[in-house]
Every structure is written in structure tokens, then in C-alpha cells.
Design a protein around this ligand. Structure first.
Ligand code: ATP
Ligand code: MG
Length: 264
């Protein structure tokens, strides 16, 4: 092999103390049930600081629920959740956001009537109302930071364009930029390539690759070509459980995964 394959060290390979010390987010025996239906049943899951991990699996496998439980949107029915080694009670999603989790949903939550720049201003930490941005309270440092982030996704030229005129791909990028602005330790990104053109998909992959190393990122994705481009560790979910974890290559060669997901 002429290239190091990104793989996933199983939490089992680490002592519990090491897991608590070395994972940004670590889940133990997490179960989520909806009216008795078990949507998620994770014995161990750990993500290192600044690690990029892709979560794949068939529809209904529990991928979004995994992100919901990490972000605090959905409370776990049982189990333990550790953030930087500290056990979390069931935090609300706004509390988790304050702790440093940024969440990107399947549908963009960008304000149509505001420009690209104004949307970014609104996403600045500490900004809670549109009037704050409209009153021009953004300082020079914040302005530089906004422009630097927009530059990375080639949106600088569109800074004064109302976001309703953006393409789907540009909106997805803008939403990610808005999240990055808060400097989260963990980004949860649900199907970022859905509905993007090939060119936009490439840009999105580049952006995520660039962000790796600055934030831990969990990407849920169905597009296998996109997953391959991200060249990172993969967790396969199936019927709420972790079926296997490893490099894309390892996962693709796993007969169970082929049977349950890839071979369909
Ligand atoms: N709020 C809810 N109430 C009841 N059942 C739910 C709820 N949310 C999810 N489920 C169920 O839990 C299971 C896992 O759903 P989830 O959305 O996590 O799957 P997914 O892997 O993200 O699927 P997809 O690829 O379709 O997005 C599914 O069977 C789903 O119907
Ligand atoms: Mg989903």
C-alpha cells in the first residue's frame, strides 16, 4: 500500500480512562427509543479531536438519530455521553451548541431576504437578533473573519447578493460557513452533498477536507463517491447498531456491509 489508509481505532482498543481522555465525544451504551421502537443502540462510539468521520448506512439506520443524540436534540433513553471526558446530563441542543457543537441540517436554514454577508453577521457568536446586524455592530476583526471564511468557498464575490439568489450548493456552503464562524469543536453535517451538482460536490468535499484538523466533523452521507473523496474513517450503522468501523476500503470489503447496504 503506497498510502496510509485512514482507519478507525476501535474504542475497545483503548482503556476506558484513555477513551475519556482522548475522545472529544464518547458514547457508552446509548439507546434511543421512540414509542418502544429502538432507533439507536450504540455500545461504544468515540470521535477524536479534529477527526473527520463519515457515517453511512441504509435509510432508517439511525444516522440522523446519532447526530441528534450527540447534539442534544433527542434525549437518549439510556446510556452515557461524554464531552471532553466529562459526563453530560441530557443537555438541550442550545446548551450543546454553547459547549461547541455546530449542527448542519439537511435543509439549509439561511435567511432568504438577507445577503450572504448579513447571514454571516447574524451567525456571529453573541449575535441573536437581525437588528444587531442591521445596526452595523460588526467590528473589523469580525469582518475580516467573515470575508476569510467566505473566500474559502468562493462566496466573496456574492457577499452582497440576497441569499435567495444563491444556488443550492452555494446555500449549503453558506450554511457551513455560518457554523464555522462560531468556531465549534464538533461539526455535525447531515448529507451535505445531497442535491449538489458535480462541481458543487467537489467544492463541498474540498471544504470539509480543509476543515479537518480545525474541527472534529461527523458527516452523514449516501454518495459513495463523495465518501471516497473524504478519505476518512467510516462508521457503518445498520438497524441502529454500529455494524463496523474502518477505512472506506476495509468497510467496502466487509461482506456484511455489502449485503446490508452497498450491494443493494
Ligand atoms: N421522532 C421520531 N419518532 C419516531 N421514530 C423516529 C423518529 N426519528 C426517527 N425515527 C425512526 O428511527 C429510525 C432511524 O431514523 P434516522 O432518521 O436516524 O435514520 P437515517 O439513518 O438518518 O435514515 P436516512 O438515510 O433515511 O436519513 C427510523 O426507523 C425512523 O423512522
Ligand atoms: Mg437521516
Amino acid at each position: 500500500m503506497n498510502k496510509t489508509q485512514p482507519t478507525v481505532t476501535s474504542p475497545r482498543a483503548l482503556t476506558r480512562e484513555n477513551r475519556l481522555n482522548s475522545y472529544l465525544i464518547y458514547l457508552e451504551d446509548i439507546v434511543v427509543e421512540f414509542d418502544g421502537f429502538r432507533a439507536l443502540d450504540i455500545d461504544l462510539f468515540g470521535l477524536h479531536f479534529n477527526e473527520l468521520r463519515v457515517v453511512i448506512g441504509p435509510n432508517g439506520a439511525g444516522k440522523t438519530t446519532l447526530c441528534d443524540v450527540i447534539s442534544g436534540k433527542t434525549p437518549a433513553t439510556r446510556g452515557r455521553k461524554f464531552w471532553k471526558g466529562i459526563k453530560l446530563a441530557d443537555q438541550s441542543d442550545s446548551e450543546m451548541a454553547r459547549l461547541g457543537i455546530g449542527r448542519k441540517f439537511q435543509t439549509p436554514t439561511v435567511f432568504d431576504s438577507l445577503t450572504v454577508y448579513e447571514n454571516m453577521e447574524l451567525a456571529l457568536p453573541g449575535t441573536h437578533h437581525v437588528w444587531q446586524t442591521l445596526r452595523g455592530q460588526t467590528n473589523v476583526t469580525e469582518d475580516e473573519r467573515i470575508l476569510e471564511i467566505l473566500e474559502r468557498v468562493s462566496l466573496t464575490g456574492s457577499r452582497d447578493v440576497p441569499s435567495r439568489f444563491l444556488s443550492h450548493g452555494q446555500r449549503q456552503s453558506l450554511e457551513l460557513c455560518m457554523l464555522i464562524l462560531a468556531g465549534p469543536d464538533l461539526l455535525l453535517v447531515d448529507e451535505p452533498a445531497a442535491g449538489l451538482t458535480d462541481e458543487e460536490t467537489d467544492l463541498m468535499a474540498d471544504l470539509l477536507l480543509e476543515l479537518r484538523g480545525q474541527h472534529a466533523i461527523i458527516v452523514i452521507e449516501h454518495d459513495m463517491e463523495f465518501v471516497r473523496r473524504l478519505d476518512s474513517g467510516v462508521t457503518v450503522l445498520h438497524e441502529g447498531k454500529i455494524m463496523t468501523e474502518g477505512s472506506m476500503e476495509e468497510v467496502q470489503q466487509n461482506p456484511e456491509v455489502v449485503e446490508a447496504y452497498l450491494g443493494r
